[in-house]
Design a protein. Structure first.
Length: 216
């Protein structure tokens, strides 16, 4: 029986150790390393070269999206299973396009985790049903919109515009994007200036008319 070498990257100590215990209980799985931030994960994965990396999408220093992207370039033989909470799902399509072989929600059961490791180890892809719905929705949204906004706004400004369409405050946007309220304020001001409008609602209306965003 071939042993599947697994590494776990997650900044929550309790979750990381629980996941390790679940996997170590299986005779065909060996947990060869654990890491608690993105920079540590990137360095460690390139050194240890696990068969599978279970990678939290939200980590300090370097998030899972970026770690996955870099590993795809530097170590394409490492198969990646992304670990997500519900509020991470905006990143699903991006990480799957970046080469992730699996996508699991953190509140899933132990049997589901073990099955995912074995499936991915033999070259199959596995995505949790809840995440599948998100992928479909994101594909639909991308089909309905166009990217002509790139001639006007920056990536960060468009990211903030997506939050504006839900009427979120500067504080809520800052918390969601892990930036300061002052930075959000500056970006919003830039968006209004570039679109030649005086308030957020007008900015969202212009974005909708130009099919830069949808309200879904």
């Amino acid at each position: 029986m071939t042993t599947i070498r697994v590494a776990i990257a997650d900044d929550h100590d309790e979750f990381r150790e629980t996941l390790k215990e679940v996997l170590q209980f299986e005779s065909d799985i060996q947990v060869v390393a654990t890491w608690r931030n993105g920079e540590e994960t990137l360095r460690g994965a390139l050194e240890v070269r696990p068969d599978i990396l279970m990678l939290d999408i939200n980590m300090p220093q370097l998030n899972g999206v970026e770690v996955a992207r870099r590993l795809r370039q530097d170590a394409p033989d490492i198969r990646i299973i992304m670990l997500t909470m519900h509020d991470d799902e905006n990143y699903v399509l991006e990480t799957l396009k970046g080469g992730a072989a699996g996508y699991l929600v953190k509140d899933g059961g132990a049997a589901e985790v073990v099955r995912a490791v074995r499936e991915v180890a033999v070259g199959r892809a596995i995505v949790h049903p809840r995440v599948t719905r998100t992928v479909i929705a994101q594909f639909q949204e991308r089909y309905l919109v166009n990217d002509s906004w790139r001639d006007v706004l920056t990536e960060r400004e468009m990211e903030i515009l997506h939050h504006l369409k839900y009427g979120e405050s500067n504080e809520q946007i800052a918390e969601a994007l892990h930036i300061t309220t002052k930075t959000v304020r500056n970006h919003v001001s830039s968006i209004l200036n570039k679109l030649s409008v005086t308030d957020r609602t007008q900015a969202v209306i212009i974005a909708l008319k130009n099919k830069w965003i949808t309200m879904s």
